[in-house]
Design a binder for this molecule. Sequence first.
Ligand code: SD4
Length: 306
Amino acid sequence: MLATWSHGQSALAAAWPALAAGGTAFDAVEAAIRFAEADLSNTTVGIGGLPDRDGTVSLDAAIMLSPARSGAVCAVRRALHPITVARRVMERTPHNLRAGEAADRFAIEQGLETGELLTESANQRWNQWRTSQSAAHPIANIEENSPQGTSKEQNPEEETHDTIGVLAIDASGTIAAGCSTSGLAWKLPGRVGDSPIIGQGLYADPTVGACVCTGHGELAAGVCASFLAIESLRRGVSPTDAVHEVLTRIKNSYRLTSQDQIGLIVLSRDGRFSTGSLRAGYKTAVRADGRDEVVDPGADNGATLR
Ligand code: SD4
C-alpha cells in the first residue's frame, strides 16, 4: 500500500491488517481513507477539514478499480465518509460522479453517516484567516498562498496540501486507487479540484497500474496528471520515468510559482512504484510485508524534479 504524505502512514496502518490477511485492495483503499476522513487532527480530509472562504466545508473523493469501475463524489457538505459514498456511487448507481446536495441525499438514502463537517477549531482557523485577510492587501488567488502566509519552505507539510491518495495491490494482483480531500483551504465556494476526477487526481487500469496525485488540483487537472502517468507506463516506461514525465509536463504547461506543488505516486501492476513532487516537502507512506516507512522522493524511490 502507498499513501500520500506522512499522515498516510497511520491510514495505511489502519487498513494493512485486513489486506495482509487476504483482503481486497479495494477494501483496503476505502479503509485507509476512512481512517484519514475520521481523523479530527487532519485539517484537509473529512470532518475537521478547513472550509472554503465562506466558511463551509465541502469534500471530494473518488475510488477506482478500472476504466469501467469507478465512483466519485464532489462538493459534499454532510457526508462524513465521502470515500464510501463514492464507492456506493460506483456499486449502486449507473453513474460515476455525483455532486453536492444530491450526493449528500444519496449518502443518507444509503444509510451512511452524515453530520456537521465544520469543527470548532476549523471554524476558529477560518475566523483567523478572515481577520488577517481584511487587515492585509487583497490577494487575488489565495490558493497560491498558505493560510498563514508562510512559505512551504518554512512549513513544507503545511495543511492546505494534504489530500490523502491511496494505492493498493492485493494478493490476487488487483490494484485499487482512491483519494479524499476537503480541497484547498479557503477555496472559492463551489470549486472542485482534481481529487474526484478520474484521470486527474487518480487513475487505475488493471492492465498497467495506478496513480494518485496531491497538491494544487488545478495543475493536475490541466494535464490529466494521473491518466498521463498511466499512459506513460502503458508505453513501457518505468514508474520513475512516468513520474518525471508528469512533472515535466506540468512544468512545461504552467507558469509555476514557488508556492505550487504536485506530488504523485505511480504503481505498476507488477508492484514497482515511484513517487515524486515538484518541490521539496512532499512524502509518501509505504506499507508492505516487512516494510512500514515514509519515503522522501529524494531517496531511492525518487523521481525528483524540484
Ligand atoms: C485539490 N488536490 O483539491 C487537492 C488538494 C490536495 O493535498 O491535494 N491537497 O486540489
